[in-house]
Ligand binder design. Structure first.
Ligand code: GTP
Ligand code: MG
Length: 202
């Protein structure tokens, strides 16, 4: 799939603000600082489209982008160690959960996982919540440029082991690097296939 235009639509703090659910939508989620916004910029080929930061907790609203006037990307606030007041964290969690469970045009979620780390409880718990809620998702192991291939495969295998304890099969899995543009074609092909299966008109 070739992306010709990608533009920011709006930031939302409540479901009433979201763009109308007329087009298929793909959302990016994961712990703060995992590289959600960087991945969106890499996939769309528009640097600076989604705001990135070295400081965790940069994305605090649900940000929608329009791709080729055909589908939407949603950049979600990160979960995990954002240095923000508990009250705000509780608000984001409620907003994100509601989004995931109720957004009618959400085709698939990309759950981003930092490929440098051993399995993290927050990531495993979040994917468990998706499984129990029957929300389709794919795993994306980010920042693969920061470690060698052996360590990368070892960390992914550790996630597989942790998940196979409770899952019968593993979700679709991608390996990315925003700096090396790794994983771009794989994810765009997956999105294209998913859009073709999603037909609002029936
Ligand atoms: P929040 O919005 O705060 O939750 O963060 P985010 O998940 O959107 O992360 P963001 O894209 O802002 O990236 C966080 C930091 O990681 C930035 O300093 C990025 O430059 C860096 N980063 C993201 N992806 C990659 C990658 O693939 N490789 C490398 N080397 N750095 C990356
Ligand atoms: Mg972000």
């Amino acid at each position: 799939m070739i992306i010709r235009t990608a533009s920011f639509i709006k930031s939302s703090l409540s479901p009433g603000d979201y763009p109308s659910p007329a087009k298929p939508e793909f959302a990016f989620i994961g712990r703060s600082n995992v590289g959600k916004s960087s991945l969106i910029n890499m996939l769309t080929g528009v640097p600076g489209l989604a705001k990135t930061s070295g400081q965790p907790g940069k994305t605090r609203t649900i940000n929608h982008f329009s791709i080729d006037d055909k589908w939407y990307i949603a950049d979600l606030p990160g979960y995990g160690y954002a240095k923000v007041p508990v009250r705000m964290r509780v608000e984001w969690t409620a907003l994100v959960r509601k989004y995931i469970l109720e957004r009618p045009n959400l085709v698939s979620l990309f759950v981003l996982i930092d490929s440098r780390h051993k399995p993290q409880a927050s990531d495993l718990e979040f994917m468990e919540f998706l499984g129990v809620s029957q929300v389709p998702f794919a795993r994306v192991f980010t920042k693969s440029d920061k470690l060698n291939e052996t360590a990368l495969q070892r960390n992914i295998a550790a996630y597989d082991d942790a998940m196979l304890g409770m899952w019968e099969s593993l979700p679709e899995t991608f390996i990315t690097s925003a700096t090396k543009r790794r994983g771009r074609n794989d994810i765009l092909s997956y999105i294209e296939d998913s859009i073709n299966k999603f037909s609002p008109a029936g």
